[in-house]
Design a binder for this molecule. Structure first.
Ligand SMILES: [Zn+2]
Length: 169
C-alpha cells in the first residue's frame, strides 16, 4: 500500500479541452484508459490538486429555495432549484463531523483504495449536502467524530475525487 492508502498505478493524466479538464484514467490496464471530461466542474478538481476545497452556491435572488447553509458539495454547475449557474466559493477551513460511515472490508471491482478502510459521510457547517469520502485513518471511529479534509496534491494527485480524503482531528 502506498502512504496515500490508494492502490498503486492509479495516477490519472489530465489534458485540457477549452476550459475543461479531461481525465485519462488507467483503469483498464493494457486494454486502454477511461476518458471523461469534468466540464463545468473542472474548478473543483483543479482546487483539490491545489489543496483547496471549492463548493458552489446559488446567488440568484429569485431562487425559490433559500437555505441557511447555501454551499453545495460536491459542487453543482447549475442550481438544482432554479437552474441558474452557481458561483464558486472556497471553504477556508474544511472540517466537519462523521454523519455516517461504512467499514469496507471488500471493495467492489475497480475500487481504488486499499481495504479495509472507512467510507464516511461528512456534515460540514455551511454545506447543505452530505459529503461522501474516505478516511485516511484506519483506527476505530464513531458517528460524530470530528474530521478535517486533506488533499492529494502535486505528485500524489490522482486528478479524481480521491484527491479529497478525511482525517480525524
Ligand atoms: Zn437557485
Amino acid at each position: 500500500m502506498e502512504k496515500t492508502g490508494l492502490k498503486p498505478n492509479r495516477r490519472s493524466k489530465i489534458t485540457q479541452q477549452g476550459n475543461a479538464w479531461v481525465v485519462h484514467v488507467p483503469r483498464f490496464g493494457e486494454e486502454g484508459e477511461h476518458l471523461h471530461t469534468y466540464g463545468l466542474l473542472t474548478p473543483y478538481f483543479q482546487g483539490l490538486t491545489e489543496g483547496r476545497l471549492l463548493a458552489t452556491k446559488c446567488t440568484n435572488r429569485k431562487c425559490p429555495v433559500k437555505m441557511d447553509e447555501p454551499l453545495w458539495l460536491p459542487p453543482r454547475a447549475d442550481c438544482p432549484d432554479c437552474h441558474q449557474p452557481m458561483v464558486w466559493e472556497a471553504i477556508k477551513n474544511p472540517m466537519g463531523y462523521i454523519y455516517s460511515y461504512t467499514y469496507v472490508e471488500r471493495g467492489g471491482t475497480g475500487i481504488e483504495i486499499e481495504t479495509p478502510y472507512y467510507q464516511i459521510d461528512v456534515k460540514m457547517p455551511g454545506v447543505c449536502t452530505i459529503v461522501k469520502g474516505y478516511l485516511r485513518n484506519r483506527t476505530s471511529i464513531k458517528i460524530g467524530d470530528r474530521v478535517r479534509a486533506g488533499f492529494l496534491t502535486g505528485d500524489e494527485a490522482t486528478h479524481t475525487c480521491l484527491d479529497l480524503y478525511w482525517e480525524l482531528q
